[in-house]
Design a protein around this ligand. Structure first.
Ligand SMILES: Nc1ncnc2c1ncn2[C@@H]1O[C@H](COP(=O)(O)OP(=O)(O)OP(=O)(O)O)[C@@H](O)[C@H]1O
Length: 634
């Protein structure tokens, strides 16, 4: 389980409950009640106020609290309570305008920048840095000088001026959530961006946003009062809290009490917003903790060129480049037939995952397929464009990863998450959607009550079954399974593999199994591709690869399998490690670790040979490898 999930488990609190529990605390009820009172009193002032806000009584000026005027009268004999209630209309409205502007500008731009990343984010960061350098009060005074009589415009300007700070916070929070596996999983499932943002990103970042907005609301009230105090606010006789404070200050020597009602009302309102922010922060702190990050790379290929392919998925000479002109997959060819199970095998860092993700256009930010062609079901994905590729995700091509718990959104139940995909793919009434969800859960051997559980309540095997159920929602014809059993123990691994095997047989679904485990390959696939440092170095029927490898790398991998070492002997290992992209040798990438390497191997790119039908290798010395993996004498 990830740290974030463990935390959920440790606290044992579900998000909905946490919110409800938080809002029931006295610390939350007090500010909420007070703010509700202010809003109600202001909105209903024409009905509830004891007097008119402009009615004067020159016989009763500067009176203290009494039976006729509960909070006394001002210098013109106007009822203070009435003016407080009417004043709240303007002050709260102004604060509301600032809040709406800040949310509209700051929150929206922050989410878009954090979610899209890339050039938009860079431009956003630059603009925000510039805006943050502009002094707010000075600029506001300029705005007042130009459009001072239009208070709404002034408040919108104030909102825009304070937006960059919030936008930066929101962008940071979005960026962290965007890297979560479940957000990537939602993209894989083909959820549109606006749905991912509203369903998965916003709930996670709502806490920090509400905290910031509540503080800003208090700040906006204060600034509005300050402007009124200085005479820049709503003009008399309209009452505002700031204006009432200014008038009270001018007669403080004769009636100090006059300062108390507006001062206390304003001070408590600011305090209430601050307290509310604290409560929300406490309730949501754990929800904004980033967990682990997602992508790792995949890799290579090897098959004859110009060969027309009738495969379901066909990659030809694929090159994948990551930012910094880093080529991580070079010239990879790979074919998967309909209903076929094919493995992509290799050590960590060879480029297996990147190859799989390239098919779904799910490369790390800035990564791209820079050469070669990708055909799915006869359609050229490069010509079809990113929109068409996105449409394939989750519908005709699905992906499951080795970390299923991380691929599930921790704040929603399993049923809710499967429902969402079923609704997206098939539509229908709520009952019909749930019916399909339960059928999918049964199909992956899960009990129906699992639908009510949260991801942290699942074991690794159950979570992987849920991930498989979600992948099946779109009835895909190809499932890319990226190390689906690596994180599971041996018995659960066997169950998950058996489940995949059954689903493949029942649904005629092709599976690309990315793994480094030959036992899983032998158990599950008929054909395999072996990948090394961005190249596919060997491909062919699994039986042949196991008994007669035609590449020293495959031979080395097989030799390192624990079951292959004679009892009591040391486990063989390939000396050295996979070179990093950017540090690949010329010609054969495996040459520095290869016992058969000669100068020829690094002189030029190694061509693909086909020593047996359907069995291909990128090795000049494959003939020196004899059956069983023992080297023939040169
Ligand atoms: N986001 C990234 N930024 C930079 N380099 C990356 C990124 N993702 C992957 N790579 C690099 O691409 C190469 C291929 O990685 P990939 O994850 O495809 O390997 P893999 O064979 O799937 O390994 P594993 O089994 O560990 O996942 C690696 O050298 C890796 O360092």
């Amino acid at each position: 389980m990830t740290a974030g999930i463990e935390e959920f488990v440790a606290r044992g609190v579900r998000p909905g409950r946490r919110w409800r529990a938080a809002l029931r605390r006295p610390l939350a009820l007090l500010p909420l009640g007070y703010l509700a009172l202010l809003v109600t009193g202001s909105v209903l002032a024409p009905v509830l106020a004891p007097d008119s806000p402009v009615a004067t009584d020159l016989d009763d000026v500067l009176a203290g609290p009494g039976p006729r005027h509960v909070l006394g009268t001002d210098a013109l004999g106007r009822d203070v309570l009435t003016r407080l209630m009417y004043g709240g209309q303007i002050s709260l409205l102004h604060a509301g305008i600032v809040v709406v502007t800040v949310v509209g500008v700051g929150v929206t731009s922050g989410i878009v920048a954090g979610y899209l990343d890339g050039w938009f984010d860079r431009a956003f960061t630059w603009v925000v840095d510039v805006l943050l350098a502009i002094p707010v009060l000075m600029t506001l005074l300029v705005v007042l000088a130009v459009v001072g009589e239009h208070q709404t415009v002034v408040m919108v300007a104030l909102g825009i001026l304070v937006s960059p700070g919030l936008a930066r916070v929101v962008r940071g929070a979005t960026l962290a959530v965007r890297k979560e596996l479940y957000v990537a999983a939602a993209r894989v499932c083909g959820l549109p961006h606006h749905r991912i943002v509203t369903a998965h990103v916003l709930p996670r970042i709502a806490g920090p946003i509400i905290v910031q907005v509540s503080l800003l609301a208090g700040g906006a009230l204060l600034i509005d009062a300050g402007l009124s105090y200085l005479g820049f606010g709503a003009q008399p006789p309209d009452p505002t809290w700031g204006d009432m404070i200014a008038q009270a200050a001018s007669v403080i020597d004769r009636q100090p009490w006059l300062l108390v009602p507006p001062g206390v009302v304003l001070g408590l309102a600011i305090l209430a917003f601050g307290l509310l922010g604290d409560v929300v922060r406490d309730a949501t702190a754990e929800r904004t903790e980033p967990r682990h990050h997602l992508p790792r790379p995949p890799a290579p290929s090897l098959t004859p060129r110009d060969e027309p392919s009738t495969a379901l998925l066909s990659l030809r000479d694929i090159e994948v480049t990551l930012p910094g002109d880093l080529v991580v997959v070079a010239g990879a060819d790979l074919d998967i037939g309909r209903g076929e199970a094919v493995a992509l095998v290799g050590e960590s860092g060879c480029g297996k995952s990147i190859t799989g993700r390239a098919v779904l256009d799910l490369l790390p930010a800035g990564g791209a397929v820079t050469a070669g062609s990708l055909h799915f079901d006869g359609e050229d994905l490069a010509l079809a464009g990113p929109r068409a590729v996105r449409a394939l995700r989750g519908s005709r091509i699905a992906l499951i990863s080795q970390n299923p718990v991380g691929a599930l959104d921790p704040v929603f139940t399993v049923g809710h998450q499967v429902d969402e995909l079923v609704r997206l793919r098939h539509g229908g009434t709520r009952a019909r959607v749930r019916e399909r969800t339960l059928a999918l859960l049964r199909d992956v051997n899960l009990r129906e009550d699992v639908a009510r559980r949260y991801p942290h309540e699942l074991s690794g095997g159950m979570a992987q079954r849920v991930a498989i159920a979600m992948a099946l929602a779109g009835e895909p014809s190809l499932l890319i399974a990226d190390e689906p059993t690596t994180a599971l123990d041996a018995s659960v691994r066997a169950e998950v593999l058996a489940l995949l095997r059954r689903l493949r047989a029942e649904r005629g679904m092709a599976i690309l199994l990315i793994t480094h485990d030959w036992a899983v390959v032998a158990d599950f696939c008929r054909r395999a591709y072996v990948m090394y440092a961005g190249h596919i170095v060997e491909s062919g029927p699994v039986g042949e690869l196991l008994t007669r490898p035609r590449h020293p790398y495959t031979e080395g991998l097989l030799g390192a399998m624990p079951g292959r070492a004679p009892r009591g002997s040391r486990l063989a290992a390939i000396p050295g490690s996979v070179p990093e992209p950017g540090h690949w040798p010329r010609g054969c990438h495996f040459a520095p670790r290869c016992p058969l390497a000669t100068a020829e191997c690094t002189a030029a790119p190694v061509p693909v040979a086909e020593p047996a039908a359907g069995h291909r290798t990128r090795c000049l010395h494959h003939a020196k490898l004899s059956p069983g993996g023992e080297r023939a004498s040169a």
